[in-house]
Design a binder for this molecule. Structure first.
Ligand code: NAP
Length: 278
């Protein structure tokens, strides 16, 4: 995290708050976990792989952050509920949920297996619903909370070989708007963020198309000519970073977002607007 970025927010801005970040041990999620902890929140990172959890926990603790982890598959509603109830019991509250966990890979829709479809939709959309539903009673009982879900921009136009993920994220957008209205009386603010291209390890793997698919390997090509791609394809002239996304999450988690609900924030350097239908 660059000192310039974290200095935008007041130190101690999230003191006393508890934040649960799904998929918070890698990529964008790790950027979010790190900034929320830097700002004083106790961050609970939830994902499946022990190596992701342990690495992130050690890194945040080394910066002086308060952090703990829970091994969790967001596709399992009972496990999600048990994890959330455990956090509430152990830490006394739960103020912020960041639905960041996702799975993704290129696959032709004509031959996409039922299992592959199910897996991505279950992680991205069902997982977002399971976690949101599980935090509802805790947040409602304490007088409010913030749910911030991670969407994308690819479904704004259509993205071949990504039927599962684009359908799931369109569902996340719809869910965000519906829960925002339904849970406003409980003072639970529900918003989403839609990152543009951020070359995390996860996205590199997901967006490398099968060799025989005929789809250009955007990331390999872009890596070869990084500066040129950013200049031509992204109006603000650079790739995004996890910190770019974390800044919006911190803003929404803070009192600055108190009158914001049901919004979906695109954070992409202008990429999707510039690409239009192409
Ligand atoms: P990433 O590093 O692969 O992160 C995905 C995270 O989700 C991992 O930490 C993974 O941890 C966790 N996860 C996967 N399946 C899970 C499950 N069933 N239960 C719990 N956790 C699970 O990818 P990223 O690029 O940072 O993406 C983060 C978010 O941003 C995703 O929602 C993605 O759709 C969105 N996004 C990314 C981009 C981009 O360009 N990077 C653009 C638009 C949107 P475990 O393996 O330990 O479970």
């Amino acid at each position: 995290m660059s000192p310039d970025v974290s200095s935008i927010f007041r130190p101690g801005l999230l003191d006393g708050q508890v934040a649960l970040v799904t998929g918070g041990g890698t990529g964008i999620g790790l950027g979010i976990s790190t900034l929320l902890a830097d700002l004083g929140a106790h961050v609970v990172i939830a994902s499946r792989k022990p190596e992701h959890l342990a690495g992130a926990e050690a890194g945040i603790r080394a910066r002086g952050g308060a952090v703990s982890t829970v091994a969790l598959d967001v596709r399992q509603p009972e496990a999600v509920k048990a994890a959330v109830d455990g956090i509430a019991q152990r830490l006394g509250r739960l103020d912020v949920l960041v639905n960041n966990a996702a799975g993704n890979f290129y696959a032709p829709s004509a031959t996409l297996s039922a299992n592959a479809w199910k897996s991505v939709v279950e992680i991205d959309l069902y997982g977002t619903f399971h976690c949101s539903q599980a935090v509802y009673p805790v947040m409602a009982a304490q007088g409010g909370g913030r749910i911030i879900s991670t969407s994308m921009t690819l479904h704004y136009r259509g993205w071949p070989l990504m039927a599962h993920a684009t359908a799931a994220k369109a569902g996340v957008d719809a869910l965000t708007r519906t829960l925002a209205v339904e849970w406003a009386p409980q003072r639970i603010r529900v918003n989403a963020i839609a990152p543009g291209p951020i070359p995390t390890e996860g996205v590199r793997k997901a967006f490398t198309p099968p060799a025989d698919s005929g789809v250009p390997d955007v990331f390999a090509a872009a890596e070869a000519k990084m500066a040129e791609y950013a200049r031509k394809g992204i109006p603000l002239g650079r790739w995004g970073t996890p910190e770019d996304i974390a800044n919006m999450v911190a803003f929404l988690a803070s009192p600055a977002g108190d009158w914001i609900t049901g919004a979906i924030f695109v954070i992409d350097g202008g990429e999707w607007l510039a690409k239009g239908g192409g």
